[in-house]
Design a protein around this ligand. Structure first.
Ligand code: NAD
Length: 330
């Protein structure tokens, strides 16, 4: 019997993990709390710890897990910036992930943020419900023929480029590994500075690491077009949020659509509607009329939840059968 501790569990995790659970050999305990230094004791005695984007698996957590029987960290996500991979290797704990649960889900959400910010459908919805049928201040722009700069053209970025091409936009891209298939379709790769300079809309689809942290900072904003739209569905810390707030105040940043936020761990995925939110930065962001925030929901489709669940079970089964897997990250 493999014992799994599933952290940061929500009703939909339980629903999908119960629906696709193998007939025998697996026992799951669902924990609502995130896994971090304060909650490691909950993982005592579990062979597998199953975590999501905001669980913090640092070396202290890994040391405890090692000493108390855990052999595998199964990420229910693609990004693994929240796991200390070197420490995992030192402690002999394997880490597996779900590399692509639905690139289209995230790419489509990025386009949803663009269209909502641009055409202000969220404001129109509220206006009409209050009997206000005025068009004042709802003017948008055509995406057709605008230049969209895509940073990171892996699985999600590529799906996003294809959507943008479908809109008839000019697509510029920056990636350390350009994609020849996209180039053939008309995507133009350039330096990141050139992309900043020429894009009307910039969308981020690269991973968070030491090279990309705060890649969108005050210097980047300086060379961008006035009134540029910035979309981040990747990881919050790709953007220096304080620099973004300054750029919004100066009207340099004309629209800011984010599904991820630098300090999202204690906010996102929870209902804080009855709480006093102490994070001044997010409250300042919320106060701008041209900022749209969703709480890490870009992946959240039925198709993606099914893929996350079935791949996670496969990752765990492969591990217990000592089978090689391309989903191992450490
Ligand atoms: P991927 O690995 O397929 O693609 C990432 C691309 O970024 C690659 O082409 C890589 O060459 C490129 N890249 C790496 N370093 C770069 C750099 N310094 N500059 C420019 N490009 C660089 O990953 P993916 O599946 O497309 O996912 C992209 C990111 O989306 C993930 O890292 C994750 O953070 C985020 N994500 C968010 C959600 C969500 O719900 N909001 C869901 C899944 C993934």
């Amino acid at each position: 019997m493999i014992k799994i501790a599933l952290f940061s569990s929500k009703s939909y995790d339980k629903e999908y993990f119960e629906r696709f659970k193998p007939q025998a050999g697996i026992e799951i305990r669902y924990f609502k709390s995130a896994l971090n230094e304060d909650t490691t004791e909950l993982a005592k005695g579990f062979d597998v710890v199953c975590v999501f984007v905001n669980d913090q698996i640092n070396s202290t957590v890994l040391k405890y897990l090692k000493e108390h029987g855990t052999r595998l960290i199964a990420l229910r996500c693609a990004g693994f910036n929240n796991v200390d991979l070197d420490a995992a290797q030192d402690y002999g704990i394997k880490v597996v992930r779900v590399p692509a649960y639905s690139p289209n889900a995230v790419a489509e959400h990025a386009m949803a943020l663009i269209l909502t910010l641009n055409r202000k459908t969220h404001k129109a919805y509220n206006r009409v419900r209050e009997g206000n049928f005025s068009l004042e201040r709802l003017t948008g722009f055509n995406v057709h023929r605008k230049t969209i700069g895509v940073i990171g053209t892996g699985k999600i970025g590529k799906a996003f480029c294809n959507i943008c091409l479908g809109f008839g936009a000019n697509v510029m891209a920056y990636d350390i590994h350009p994609d020849s298939e996209l180039e053939k379709k008309g995507v133009v790769y350039s330096s990141i500075e050139n992309l900043f300079k020429n894009s009307d809309i910039i969308s981020l689809h690269c991973p968070l690491n030491d090279n990309t942290r705060h890649m969108i900072n005050k210097d980047a904003f300086k060379i961008m077009k006035d009134g540029v739209m910035l979309i981040n569905t990747s990881r919050g810390a790709l953007v220096d949020t304080k620099a973004a707030i300054k750029a919004l105040k100066k009207h340099k940043l004309g629209y800011f659509g984010i599904d991820v936020y630098e300090q999202e761990e204690n906010l996102f995925f929870h209902d804080h509607s009855e709480n006093i939110i102490e994070d001044e930065v997010i409250m300042r962001l919320i106060s701008f009329p041209n900022v749209l925030i969703t709480s890490h929901q870009a992946f959240f489709t039925h198709e993606a939840l099914e893929e996350i669940t079935t791949t996670t079970y496969q990752n765990i089964t492969d591990f217990t059968n000592c089978k090689e897997s391309k989903n191992v990250v450490a």
